[in-house]
Design a protein around this ligand. Structure first.
Ligand SMILES: [Zn+2]
Ligand SMILES: [Zn+2]
Length: 264
């Protein structure tokens, strides 16, 4: 077949290749950039010349007609980029996480709210609390075991994440797919990293100006400066104990930080 010729392999993506990529994205739904790159090589050939951005743009122009799009966000701790196929006309959790039953969606919504609005500003709840809330939210009262299994399914699917075997926090997929929903539903709980400008649910805060930094972005700054870590906005030295996220002391949302410089 013509698409197997050498010219086509190193040239622009053919219609068939684009179709195969769209189909793969639709079945995979949520994947790391490493997995995406492996599949680009598998479908386009090792020698393909197109940049990730060119391919994503092409796929998104095809996906647009189905009200779908590929969006990404960076892992806040490792810096790895993750991608998800999202519904662009989704009005919240129900449209997006449509693989679940109404009861399961209600539980997921409840858990995301508990994690996101947790008063210490660590964006975590204990696994026991998550299981208890899931049990109570189910109309015919799940068994503890069923509730725990459901929490694990939400984690497996990337909506939530288990940290250190005992904390439940917001998952990578929720960071990508539910960003708009979270911004609309909980605007006062949203934090944005001063370096990469993506949503931050774990990291450091500058005690001086209130700028937030992801753990990965703080590491990136540290290795770029080779000295003490200072705030990218006000140059104040950052204190590693001013941290929020799983197992951290937290930055309560009730504490109003002067973040005017970080918001411009
Ligand atoms: Zn960042
Ligand atoms: Zn600062």
């Amino acid at each position: 077949m013509e698409i197997d010729t050498v010219e086509n392999r190193s040239g622009p993506t053919t219609t068939l290749e684009k179709q195969m990529l769209v189909q793969w994205c639709m079945s995979a739904q949520f994947f790391s950039e490493t997995v995406l790159q492996d599949n680009l090589k598998r479908i386009l050939g090792e020698e393909h010349q197109e940049t990730m951005q060119e391919i994503i743009d092409k796929l998104n122009s095809t996906l647009e007609q189905f009200s779908l799009a590929l969006r990404s966000s960076m892992s806040q701790t490792s810096g790895e980029r993750w991608w998800a196929l999202i519904s662009t006309n989704a009005d919240g959790i129900s449209m997006t996480a449509s693989a679940y039953s109404a009861v399961e969606l209600g539980i997921l919504r409840q858990l995301i709210e508990s994690v996101f609005t947790e008063p210490l500003g660590n964006y975590v709840i204990g696994l026991h609390q998550a299981v208890r809330e899931a049990t109570e939210k189910a109309p015919n009262s799940f068994s503890r075991r069923e509730a725990q299994d459901l929490v694990m399914i939400f984690c497996r699917d990337g909506w939530l994440e288990i940290d250190d075997g005992k904390w439940v926090t917001i998952g990578q997929r929720a960071c990508i797919e539910l960003q708009q929903y979270l911004e609309d539903a909980y605007p006062e709980f949203i934090r944005t990293c001063g370096l990469c400008k993506e949503m931050a649910t774990t990291g450091l805060v500058c005690g001086e100006c209130g700028t937030f930094l992801h753990p990965f972005c703080a590491d990136r700054l540290k290795s770029a400066t080779t000295g003490a870590l200072s705030c990218p906005e006000c140059r104040q030295q950052l204190n590693s104990s001013d941290a929020f996220g799983p197992g951290k002391s937290g930055i309560p949302h009730s504490v109003k930080l002067d973040s005017t410089q970080a918001q411009d």
